[in-house]
Design a protein around this ligand. Structure first.
Ligand SMILES: Cc1ncc(COP(=O)(O)O)c(C=O)c1O
Length: 356
């Protein structure tokens, strides 16, 4: 059987696993929907796009991505609005960023019809997996890895692109504590920090573990040269509301250009909030907490959406962020607005939502 898009072959699961999932208790990234999309780049062309039951791959021990790291991914979400329609949040931004990552990692790029066609077909087939409960969504994981079988450091000629999805609930249950990292680095000028490549996350695990052993939840990365300027956090860009302005580190080749970050900046500007994208030093942030001019610090990313921090730990000292009056805080207003946009309660004047 083929679907209307792209002649994607569809092989449906014999039995849905939907009934096994408790949609009122959804841990992040543990339940996988019934199907996945797979396409292979072989002999210079994309071949065999198909939606098939979620299942294991059979892979060679010499698979080049396992040895030399040509592996990239994306993370995005779909929601159900109040009419029960499935909507994705800015998927074309993820498509563009995936191809930026592909170029940096010397991988083939993905044509829009493969990325979007695969995504839409998969979401139509697994539409029942998109949660309709408040705070929940369908997390979507597109990824691509090199599939040549050889030893030797060289770009692979073949790749597999795959998309699978997970129904998810809220990411953090309480405001996380951040440790400002001044020893290890995530990325450096000229490096791959702006690419969503697997190695960036592998390299972050050890420093994050050390921070967790000290009682923190996540790391606030600083620049690789001076450890003076703030970059981003685990899977979030970082924003501050200080001196009446929304201030965030300007993106560079060492920071991932977050889709949530861009969306929040657009929304804040439309509300008349002054926005500054520039270098933000950790000294300035600590000073702002101490003199009361910094009211909010929060992370922005697909998984968390908006996540206010409770503590910033710097050089052995914990700085508590003020508990901002609930409804007046910028982060709460933005969070509510994004939620309302996703569920269709406010008009999508930004054109962020993409109906499946
Ligand atoms: C390192 C890093 N920074 C920032 C983000 C936030 O980006 P987005 O808003 O596109 O999810 C992510 C998550 O994708 C990330 O992994």
């Amino acid at each position: 059987m083929t679907t209307d898009l792209l002649n994607i072959e569809l092989r449906k699961a014999e039995k849905s696993r939907l009934a096994e999932v408790d949609f009122n208790n959804l841990p992040f990234g543990k339940h996988f929907s019934d199907h996945m999309f797979v396409a292979d780049f072989v002999d210079g062309q994309w071949q065999n796009p198909q939606v098939v039951p979620f299942d294991n791959f059979s892979l060679s021990p010499a698979l080049s991505s396992l040895h030399y790291g040509q592996s990239i991914f994306e993370g995005m979400k779909a929601y159900k609005n109040e009419q029960g329609e499935v909507l994705m949040f800015r998927p074309l931004e993820n498509f563009r960023r995936m191809n930026e990552s592909a170029k940096r990692m010397c991988m083939t790029t993905i044509p829009e019809e493969i990325f979007m066609g695969g995504l839409e077909t998969l979401l139509r087939v697994d539409a029942d997996w998109v949660p309709g409960t408040a705070g929940s969504s369908l997390y979507i994981r597109p990824y691509m890895f090199a599939t040549d079988t050889f030893l030797g450091v060289a770009p692979s000629k073949s790749y597999r692109f795959c998309i699978f999805t997970c129904p998810v609930g809220a990411y953090y249950t309480k405001p996380p504590k951040l440790k400002v990292e001044t020893e290890y680095i995530r990325s450096a000028p000229g490096g791959v920090g702006y690419a969503k490549c697997a190695g960036n996350y592998g390299g972050a695990l050890y420093p994050t573990l050390l921070a967790q052993q000290e009682g923190y939840d996540q790391i606030m990365w600083t620049d690789a040269v001076e450890h003076k300027y703030i970059e981003e956090s685990g899977t979030m860009n970082i924003m501050f509301y200080m001196n009446g302005k929304l201030v965030t580190p300007a993106t560079s080749d060492s920071i991932l250009k977050g889709v949530t970050r861009d969306s929040i900046l657009q929304i804040a500007r439309s509300w008349g909030v002054e926005v500054e994208e520039r270098k933000v030093s950790i000294d300035e942030v600590i000073q702002g907490i101490e003199d009361g001019t910094l009211l909010e610090a929060f992370g922005a990313g697909t998984a968390v959406v908006v996540s206010p921090y409770s503590v910033i730990g710097y050089k052995g000292k914990d700085y508590m962020l003020p508990e901002v009056a609930e409804e007046n805080s910028l982060s709460k207003r933005v969070y509510k607005f994004l939620n309302d946009l996703r569920t269709g309660r406010v008009e999508d004047t930004f054109g962020f939502m993409y109906k499946v």
